[in-house]
Design a protein around this ligand. Structure first.
Ligand code: GDD
Ligand code: MN
Length: 381
């Protein structure tokens, strides 16, 4: 469990408001090293929003002095500003946004980026649309009529953005089709419709998380023009892209079945060293198929352990020492020979199935069994 965020109370914070004060809106801004965008962002937000009915909550994971810059800019600023600086950036951008949603006191909560790709002037329109249309969620959309994505620099970013939007819509065909921009980082949500306890944020696509897990009632869209970044550079990366893939799989299949999917992919990749070693030993060097299959299995188990431990259960490794993990993994991976060798003998000697095909069949049979033991025993959370 991550420790609670460290709350730095600033001038005029929400903490000083009388208990029970209902604000019209909270603007939640996640920040990661955005020092050069803070000044302009706050200036434009102050021009766009009423000071007396609004609060701004920054949720910061910066390694630079962004919190100090916010603190300085908030001095004498008309709207109350709070900074939550997290010691552990759990869940990345999405985790930060959820902290902000939890802290927010507004009847409406608007989430926007700090780099001015989301024009602050759109914020009132989001809240107004939600109130007017009785919506739970208002999505700022680059794709709805009147919106644009001019700020998406370069064909590559556009391709990635458009491609992932399409894939996401195909995967969640039924409930997401009504939203033209499910990847948007700009949206407003009616606080009463939120259930933050349901959320399992993982990286950038917090809106997707909200739509899938909180199932807001009515969703409407407000078009806006996505701007070029004001200062600094984007924090999205290839690692963030992989995290998005994981997020999608978990949202679609559930965490355990998503792990089983990855385990299957690792297992499939292990077929290559397994079959290659068996072929080399049996067909090339003439080793009897039983010892050959055993050695091939050892090689594949080593391969599988490396990938499973480094990728699939990276976050659960601390529960057990390396020696404890690898010994149990090998025990499990080779215990499966107790099942596979007799099965192999039956197939090859009894039913005259080819050695490589028979080996493959036994590998598939043991797959589900091994996953269940791995997931429920060796890496039990
Ligand atoms: N607290 C916190 N922690 N904030 C973060 C983190 C993090 O780990 N990573 C990024 N941020 C903040 C940035 O400081 C910025 O304010 C905002 O989140 C968006 O980050 P960018 O790095 O500017 O993202 P982007 O421009 O590539 O992507 C944005 O636009 C996409 C649409 O094209 C985001 O809004 C995406 O969610 C959106 O899909
Ligand atoms: Mn950006």
């Amino acid at each position: 469990e991550a420790p609670a965020p460290v709350r730095a109370t600033l001038r005029g914070t929400i903490g000083e408001l009388p208990v029970g004060t209902a604000l019209k809106q909270t603007v939640v801004v996640p920040t990661y090293n955005e020092r050069d965008n803070i000044g302009t962002l706050l200036e434009r937000l102050a021009s766009a929003l009423p000071a007396n009915d609004t609060e701004i909550v920054f949720v910061d994971d910066s390694t630079d002095d962004t919190p100090d810059v916010i603190r300085a800019a908030a001095d004498g600023y008309p709207i109350p500003v709070t900074v939550l600086h997290r010691e552990h950036a759990t869940g990345g951008l999405g985790g930060a946004v959820v902290e902000g949603l939890r802290a927010a006191r507004g009847e409406w909560i608007v989430v926007m980026d700090a780099d001015l790709q989301h024009p602050p002037e759109v914020v009132p329109a989001l809240v107004a649309a939600g109130r007017r249309d009785g919506a739970d969620l208002v999505v700022g959309s680059r794709y709805a009529g009147g919106g644009s994505r001019a700020g998406l620099d370069g064909g590559y970013r556009r391709l990635v953005s458009g491609g992932s939007t399409l894939v996401t819509k195909v995967i969640f065909r039924t409930n997401l089709l009504q939203v033209s921009d499910p990847m948007s980082g700009l949206f407003a949500i009616r606080a009463s419709s939120l259930e933050t306890g349901e959320l399992r944020p993982l990286g950038y696509k917090i809106l997707l998380e909200l739509i899938v897990r909180n199932r807001p009632g009515r969703i409407v869209e407000v078009p806006y023009a996505f701007q070029p970044r004001h200062a600094g550079e984007s924090k999205s990366s290839l690692a963030e892209g992989l995290r998005f893939g994981k997020h999608l799989a978990i949202l679609r299949f559930g965490a355990k079945r998503a792990r089983m999917l990855v385990f299957a992919m690792i297992g499939v990749s292990g077929l290559l060293p397994n079959q290659a070693a068996l072929w080399l030993l049996h067909a090339v060097f003439g080793v009897h198929y039983v010892p050959a299959a055993i050695v091939a299995n050892l090689i594949a188990v080593g391969w599988n352990f490396a990938l499973t431990d480094a990728l699939l259960y990276r976050n659960r490794r601390q529960h057990r020492s390396f020696a404890g993990r690898i010994s149990r993994f090998f025990l499990l991976g080779n215990a499966d020979l107790l099942l596979r060798v007799p099965l192999l003998a039956l197939l090859v000697s009894g039913l005259h199935v080819g050695v490589l095909i028979a080996n493959l069949i036994t590998l598939l049979v043991s797959f589900v069994l091994r996953f269940l033991i791995l997931d429920g025993v060796i890496y039990r959370a």
